[in-house]
Write a protein that binds this ligand. Structure first.
Ligand code: URA
Length: 234
């Protein structure tokens, strides 16, 4: 099945029909590496469309990796705050996008944004064991016995017992790597609080087998390829 280029661009981005016409006229759109000149050109599902050299998502669902900065909230809309969706460039915006899982306002790192509710459910469900990896900087020096406590399941202040988690020490005595298989509210901070310590910086490095792209600066994002999406749940 083929579709008109201008219509396709309008439904996959937040550009208006008028914007789309201008964008095509200015030679910013390429189809399979060739600059598109006609808004009414037809093309098929397997054709690769780029805007300013960056691939546009033609698939049913999109998956975006964002490096969240501090001060931004991981919700779809917040009247008085900047949200992770506000950071998306116009060409990646489309209706139905939401962050799959939350990072606290002061946590940085990997946020996955998608419009695929089933996939989000799969990676967030504790039963699926998709590991989230964090680097935590602690107020007080890490103690060796923390590793065992994490493995046995930390009991939070409200009595909740966490699932077994992996704590990896680094050569910085205030910095640790945490691998969690569930995502409770403020979980990493509350786990260390239970041990009498405090998290002063928190960064999410990876979701499942997919690591945050080191070339993304804070506030930047990019589409995730199919192969990378699979890596998340591997
Ligand atoms: N655990 C926390 O405490 N905060 C986050 O943002 C993520 C995990």
């Amino acid at each position: 099945m083929t579709e008109r280029l201008d219509k396709w661009l309008c439904t996959r981005t937040s550009f208006s029909r008028k914007d789309v016409k201008a964008i095509i006229k200015n030679g910013r759109v390429q189809v399979n590496g060739i600059t598109a000149t006609a808004a009414d050109a037809h093309f098929g599902e397997t054709d690769m469309v780029t805007l300013d050299g960056k691939p546009l998502a033609g698939e049913k669902h999109v998956y975006i990796m964002l490096n969240k900065p501090k001060g931004v909230v991981s919700v779809s809309s917040a009247p008085n705050d900047r949200t992770v969706l506000d950071l998306l460039p116009q060409e990646l915006r489309r209706s139905g996008l939401f962050p799959a899982g939350r990072l606290d306002r002061d946590t940085t790192g990997f946020v996955l944004i998608t419009d695929d509710g089933d996939f989000a459910h799969r990676i967030l469900s504790p039963r699926r064991h998709v590991t989230k990896t964090y680097t935590a900087t602690l107020r007080d020096e890490v103690r060796d016995w923390y590793v065992e406590s994490f493995r046995n399941g930390i009991v939070l202040g409200d009595g909740t017992r966490c699932m077994s988690a992996d704590l990896v020490l680094t050569d910085d005595s205030h910095r640790v790597i945490v691998h969690l298989r569930e995502g409770r509210y403020h979980q990493v901070k509350r786990m260390f609080a239970s041990l009498g310590n405090q998290v002063v910086e928190l960064h999410r490095d990876a979701i499942g087998g997919l690591t945050l792209d080191p070339s993304l600066r804070e506030g930047e994002c990019r589409l995730i390829s199919d192969e990378e999406v699979h890596r998340i749940t591997e």
